[in-house]
Write a protein that binds this ligand. Structure first.
Ligand code: BGC
Length: 348
């Protein structure tokens, strides 16, 4: 009888343990399921195009979930060779450009201040295009009319900065370009700088407004020089520098007042820092220049040529590290950013 009672007691104990085990298992399963459901809710609460749910609807681990939720749509890199380029271009200056019409045309394509990014790929070239300027609005209109579509076809991430010399003092192209470099970097982290005269339009969109392994001279074949170089070391008109290349030469000189010589001085800087020139070929590198008279207060300065034999000595203490100017006004519109600067120009 005693044995019988013992057996019954053991059976009862076993039953109680099994029931408790089963109950605990059911509890755990339902907890897991709740977590999984709330995971799905988190994922769905971010915009659906940002999130791809795994096929089974559950993230396999925490990292996978976080990565998927925080990843924005990634554009593919733009191809090395822009596919929309057309090659040789017809460029004429015998019609009127209306800036209002041009602004309307680009109001949905350009960001304020004449900035652009390709819509369907990520550009490898973040370029500030810098134009030295004073009183040449007619030329600027043609430049904008022709260059915006070219730069877009080149799939650049770019901005156009017009650096306007304040007052009637002697013009200084090089100092304006140095100021443009500084001002563009306040707007975005540009890595490449194209310096252009306002009256030069390329005749081929394969002449890429980007940076290369060495400083680039783009305007190698101007019509006014019969589509060739006027001399071997010519570096005038349009050029490009990476940030490193530009800082290596301490930028342009600030002391070339009036017309002439600052581009030759920059050539000397490049060579004396052990770099060479990059250039497009003479077919791609053709340019048309808008005809004009010499500007007022930008007379050829005979002093400038004499300075060229001393570039090596002066370049480290005349340039970006000694640049002084004051910004008077910044105006932005659809087509460009217009920055008026006082560069402490002497009056003739
Ligand atoms: C001047 C340069 C100019 C070139 C072509 C040279 O004599 O020093 O500044 O770009 O002529 O006009």
């Amino acid at each position: 009888m005693e044995n019988m009672t013992k057996r019954l007691f053991s059976l009862l104990l076993a039953f109680v343990f099994i029931t408790m085990g089963a109950y605990l298992l059911i509890l755990k399963r339902s907890g897991d399921n709740k977590d999984a459901i709330s995971d799905r809710k988190d994922a769905n609460s971010v915009p659906s195009h940002n999130t791809v749910l795994p096929l089974n609807g559950f993230w396999s681990n925490e990292t996978e979930k976080k990565t998927a939720v925080t990843t924005l749509p990634v554009l593919p890199e733009c191809p090395e060779e822009p596919p929309e380029l057309v090659g040789p271009l017809l460029v004429e200056f015998n019609f009127m450009v209306n800036l209002d019409d041009l602004s309307k045309e680009y109001k949905d394509t350009l960001q304020d201040g004449g900035r652009y990014k390709p819509p369907d790929c990520k550009s490898k070239h973040k370029v500030a295009v810098i134009i030295s300027f004073r009183n040449r609005y007619e030329h600027l209109k043609y430049w904008l009319h022709y260059l915006h579509p070219i730069l877009m076809r080149q799939q650049l991430d770019y901005g156009v900065f017009v650096i306007n010399q304040d007052g009637e003092g002697i013009f200084n192209r090089a100092k304006l370009l140095n100021a443009g470099y500084v001002e563009a970097l306040k707007v975005d982290d540009y890595e490449c700088f194209v310096f252009s005269d306002v009256d030069l339009v390329p005749l081929d969109d394969r002449n890429l407004y980007r940076c290369f392994d060495n400083p680039r001279h783009l305007a190698v074949g101007m019509d006014k020089f019969n589509f060739g170089l006027p001399y071997r070391n010519f570096f005038g008109g349009v050029s490009s520098f990476s940030k490193n290349q530009y800082m290596k030469i301490n930028g342009f000189s600030n002391t070339f007042w009036g017309w002439g010589g600052e581009d030759d001085d920059v050539y000397n800087r490049i060579i004396s820092k052990g770099m060479s020139l990059s250039r497009p070929n003479m077919v791609i590198g053709k340019y048309r220049m808008i005809k004009h008279k010499h500007d007022l207060h930008n007379e050829p300065n005979p002093v400038n040529a004499g300075k060229l034999s001393k570039t090596r000595i002066t370049m480290d203490s005349d340039g970006m590290n000694t640049l002084k100017y004051t910004v008077k006004k910044i105006e932005k519109n659809v087509l460009y950013t217009f920055i008026t600067v006082d560069i402490e120009a002497p009056i003739k």
